[in-house]
Design a protein around this ligand. Structure first.
Ligand SMILES: CSC[C@H]1O[C@H](OP(=O)(O)O)[C@H](O)[C@@H]1O
Length: 358
């Protein structure tokens, strides 16, 4: 039994787990923990403009579907303040181009468009205090996400039998959200309640969110975790050491298909083959009922250099080409449970998704 067995629910102090805050609103600028530098440097980038926030989202300074939405909401606040200072109430119609530049920063995580729609909703009913109203909405989006994560932690952990081993992919923790995490929130709750005895994390090539972020986050919490190569996942499942694969999502469709970090789909195939259960954990801001199924999701492709070099040093012969899609889609029939703050959809399909999300 690993060290995790010693953690008890009574040890479970949310604030203790929420010490990592990737997003800080100072009242004037947005400070973003530069996740490109973790785990060896904790350094915040200061964004004083909306376009600086858009650039930070595109460059993965801030990343993780919910965190992207929250950062974009603060980007709208920065744009509004700048335009209001120069144009007063006449600034309102000038805001839309800024929102479109934020929306263009990354295509796959629906949380970005969802957060911008929330901010547009405020503008649609704006009065003279519209700048203040936008700031309140950004605070509300952040507060709601943290509450959702804590609730999902409990809902997901309740599905896991005592003494289970779990495997997670990418980073879905405090770094990817307003705090506590989605899939990593379930793992935090599951360890604290003694349901989870062993945690494995996949490195998550090529950006290494698992190797650089997830195991670092868990280490800060004193949660014992074992890093594996992505290519070791099926072999790990074959050894019988894991009973659940628990992952996040960037967009969940009306039929339950889920887009997530590249490599998730093959984990689901291997899990089904080895009788390992597969859980997707995401707030309802990640559910996109307007997209019928996974083949309609735009999959972000990033610079092949992310595959051809490591920390700026080329690791592949010159002239070699690379293809770098950074998300894939897991079909709903390979998913055993989708956990959201609104409830759990077991064996998701279009009918069961409609029953919860309308
Ligand atoms: C709760 S984070 C959801 C999701 O976002 C990550 O992608 P990225 O690191 O590229 O922003 C990953 O797919 C996580 O599962």
């Amino acid at each position: 039994m690993t060290d995790n067995a010693r953690m008890k629910t009574s040890d479970f102090d949310f604030d203790r787990y929420d010490h990592v805050r990737p997003i800080r609103w100072t009242g004037d600028v947005l400070e973003l923990l530069d996740q490109r530098k973790l785990p060896f440097a904790v350094d915040y980038a200061r964004c004083a403009t909306c376009d600086a926030v858009a650039a930070a989202i595109h460059s993965l300074t801030v990343r993780g579907a919910p965190a992207i939405g929250i950062a974009a909401a603060w980007g709208v606040v920065l744009a509004a303040r700048s335009l209001h200072a120069a144009n007063g109430l006449a600034a309102l119609p000038l805001l839309e181009p800024a929102l479109q530049r934020l929306n263009a920063a990354r295509p796959t995580a629906v949380n970005l468009a969802w957060a911008l729609a929330r901010m547009r909703g405020v503008l649609a009913h704006a009065g003279a205090d519209w700048c203040e109203a936008l700031e309140q909405e950004a605070h509300a989006i952040e507060r709601e996400d943290l509450a959702a994560n804590r609730h999902m932690g409990a809902l997901g952990a309740a599905l896991i039998a005592a003494g289970s081993g779990v495997l997670t992919h990418c980073n879905t923790g405090s770094l990817a959200t307003a705090g506590f995490g989605t899939a990593l929130g379930v793992i935090r709750a599951g360890v604290a309640q003694g349901a989870i005895a062993q945690v494995f994390a996949g490195e998550t090539r090529p950006w290494n969110q698992g190797a650089r972020l997830t195991v670092w986050e868990l280490q800060q919490d004193g949660i014992d975790a074992t890093l594996i190569a992505d290519s070791a996942a099926a072999h790990l499942m074959k050894t019988g050491q894991v009973q659940w694969v628990i992952v996040g999502a960037d967009r969940i469709c009306a039929n339950g298909d889920a887009a997530n970090k590249i490599g998730t789909y093959q984990l689901a195939i291997a899990a089904r083959h080895h009788g390992v259960k597969f859980m997707v954990v995401a707030p309802s801001s990640t559910v996109d009922m307007a997209t019928a199924s996974g083949e309609l999701i735009e999959i972000e492709e990033r610079d092949p250099a992310e595959l051809l070099a490591f920390r700026g040093k080329r690791v592949v012969a010159e002239g070699v080409r690379a293809w770098n899609p950074v998300f894939d889609v897991t079909p709903h029939d390979l998913i055993d449970a989708i956990v959201t703050e609104k409830g759990v959809v077991e064996r998701p399909d279009a009918q069961r998704m409609r029953a919860l999300f309308g």
